[in-house]
Write a protein that binds this ligand. Structure first.
Ligand code: SF4
Length: 413
């Protein structure tokens, strides 16, 4: 476990279920989910999106099953999908049964709009016989009216009660292959609801802030809710609900888990300084170009782009690889050690080349192969930059010493 993951609360112990090949809960890696935005009847279009979501980090993908065409689409989508498919069911019990017939690896039922106990138990019995798990997907915006009235609104207690009532129906037919979500668009409500759910159930929890909206606000809301709970050890699978290309949801989910140290990094982690008046290049432009070029390599590497050589290499010394801008030159460094000095217009190309080599040869080999004169060249650049600014660090230190001595001797009051 890395430093990030070990600084979080231990994960709460939950039961484990299997959504196709993906284990959820019981200590399994936290999985990322997203949902297609295509018509499920459009088999090729939906599969194209499922593949894009899987490539961006989704472990499980949900498709709506809202009509006969969607159910027929699932028959073809499920066997060709690279990840397990969950059918999203609202209102129509027949759609749940058709999705099970299509071979989906999971169902999501909304207790707020599938309300007849006999129908709920029928679906649970069918899922039980086929070994297919169900998510009880409670949503503050579509809470069961009776519960809404009883609790005086979509409170955290009301959301958890809705899940509890549904779970009781399932248990009546001996079905417990269940995960639970209690989503709300209010981050505070959602956090409180999941905390309560975590105390109430030992079933795996699916985290999400529902209807979080477009970027960047949606991302902020989703992260505020999901990350808070993950830091408390709550949550076994997650979905960002963004009004954006769902690939952004999958990407965000995966990145969140990686930055928290809850999943292994499988791609680029670009860190860059925010830039300031000291910057010797347009840091935003260089970082954007580096992000685009390095992401294509699909290498699990942390790369730093720093605006100046005075602070850059030191501040980003933990990065696998980095570049800091000097006097029209870039100082390429590996784990804080300068390995090469390159012309300013070759900074991004040098990063890409070195990242590719690190991926093949490893960090130690690339450090051993560093340009022997690089550190001296870099030092000369740093000194020249300090001189340019009229700073004389040694004389300043002498003056500080002199002032201190004067004050200690009482000559200055
Ligand atoms: S690395 Fe240099 S340019 Fe970037 S923020 Fe720090 S001092 Fe400013």
């Amino acid at each position: 476990m890395d430093v990030a993951a070990s600084s979080l609360s231990p994960r709460r112990v939950t039961r484990q279920i299997s959504v196709g090949s993906v284990k959820v809960g019981g200590g399994a890696p936290i999985s990322v989910q997203s949902m297609t935005t295509t018509k499920t009847a459009d088999v090729e279009g939906t599969l194209q999106q499922v593949y894009a979501l899987a490539a961006a980090g989704a472990d499980i993908v949900r498709c709506t099953c809202n009509d006969q065409g969607a159910a027929e689409g699932l028959v073809q989508i499920v066997p060709r999908s690279p990840v397990p498919i969950v059918a999203d069911i609202h209102f129509h019990v027949e759609m749940a049964l058709a999705a099970l017939d299509a071979g989906v690896q999971g169902l999501r039922l909304n207790p707020g709009n599938l309300r007849k106990p006999e129908e709920i138990k029928l679906v649970a019995s069918e899922a039980r016989d086929r070994g297919v798990p169900i998510r009880i997907g409670v949503n503050a915006g579509s809470l069961h009216p009776t519960i809404y009235e009883r609790f005086g609104g979509a409170t955290p207690e009301a959301l958890v009660e809705s899940a509890r009532v549904e779970l009781a129906y399932f248990e009546e037919v001996g079905f417990s292959d269940v995960k639970i979500s209690v989503k709300a668009s209010s981050v505070a409500t959602m956090i409180a609801a999941y905390r309560l759910a975590s105390e109430t159930f030992d079933h795996p929890l699916h985290l999400g802030v529902t209807e979080a909206g477009p970027l960047p606000g949606g991302l902020v809301k989703g992260t505020a809710g999901i990350a808070t709970l993950l830091a408390e050890g709550i949550g076994d699978t997650l979905r960002y609900s963004l009004t954006a290309d769902p690939v952004e949801e999958a990407r965000a989910g995966r990145q969140l888990l990686e930055v928290l140290g809850l999943r292994e990094r499988r791609g680029l982690d670009l860190i860059a300084c925010p830039s300031c008046g000291r910057a010797e290049v347009d840091v935003i432009a260089v970082a954007t170009e580096a992000q685009r070029a390095l992401a294509e390599l699909q290498i699990p590497i942390q790369v730093a782009v720093m605006g100046c050589v005075v602070n850059g290499p030191g501040e980003a010394r933990h990065a696998d690889l980095g570049i800091a801008a000097g006097k029209h030159r870039g100082h390429l460094f590996i784990r804080g050690q300068i390995v090469r000095v390159v012309p300013e217009d070759e900074m991004v190309a040098a990063l890409v080349e070195e990242a590719s080599r690190i991926a093949v040869e490893g960090v130690s080999a690339r450090l051993a192969a560093r340009d022997a004169s690089a550190e001296a060249e870099a030092e000369a650049d740093r000194a020249a930059l300090l001189d340019d600014r009229g700073l004389d660090v040694n004389r300043a230190a002498d003056r500080i010493d002199a002032i201190r001595r004067r004050r200690e001797s009482g000559a200055v009051g």
